[in-house]
Design a protein around this ligand. Sequence first.
Ligand SMILES: Nc1nc2c(ncn2[C@@H]2O[C@H](COP(=O)(O)OP(=O)(O)OP(=O)(O)O)[C@@H](O)[C@H]2O)c(=O)[nH]1
Ligand SMILES: [Mg+2]
Length: 170
Amino acid sequence: MKQNRGMFIGSMEAGKSTLAQALLGYEPKALKTQSLTYKDWIVDTPGEYTENPMFYKNIMATSLEVTHVLFVQDATKKKVFFPPNFSTGLNKLPIGVVTKADHVEADISKAVNRLRTTIPKGPIVITSAVKGMGLKAIKDLVACNSMKEMEDYVESQEGDDTIFMKSFTN
Ligand SMILES: Nc1nc2c(ncn2[C@@H]2O[C@H](COP(=O)(O)OP(=O)(O)OP(=O)(O)O)[C@@H](O)[C@H]2O)c(=O)[nH]1
Ligand SMILES: [Mg+2]
């Protein structure tokens, strides 16, 4: 996936940077992201970019530099921060990511439903940076070059850590 790159967006403290570090094989250190951060194939954004609509234009502009946008939803948080169908407005391959699956307060099915409102079509990966869960699926999906490839990938997987949604059904 040499030229493929992913931008991580999601609310403050959602676990974007911790996941990015786990994907790149670094020891995670929790530090608030202050600005756009480029590391290897990952573009990490501050949670403010997602929480404050004033920054949507920055998300739009930065998405032009990547092949995939990863929509990060904290499994322990009730709120959806993305506008409905946000992924459709960004013309890049979307990947939904649920973080903190290991957490005692995680509600994974709720988090998946929240991502459904953001991503009408695309894969969702359940992750835990703490346990290393879902990391391979994210890397494999970022290596895909089309929605169809991502769909075929998810269908080839066993287990329920990766889910593919064809359409907005609920
Ligand atoms: N239990 C658990 N906690 C996690 C996990 N990933 C991140 N956290 C915790 O969540 C908090 C926020 O993590 P960050 O990775 O800094 O979140 P962020 O989305 O980058 O936040 P901003 O940079 O503010 O936008 C930290 O205290 C992490 O330790 C996880 O997989 N499991
Ligand atoms: Mg961060």
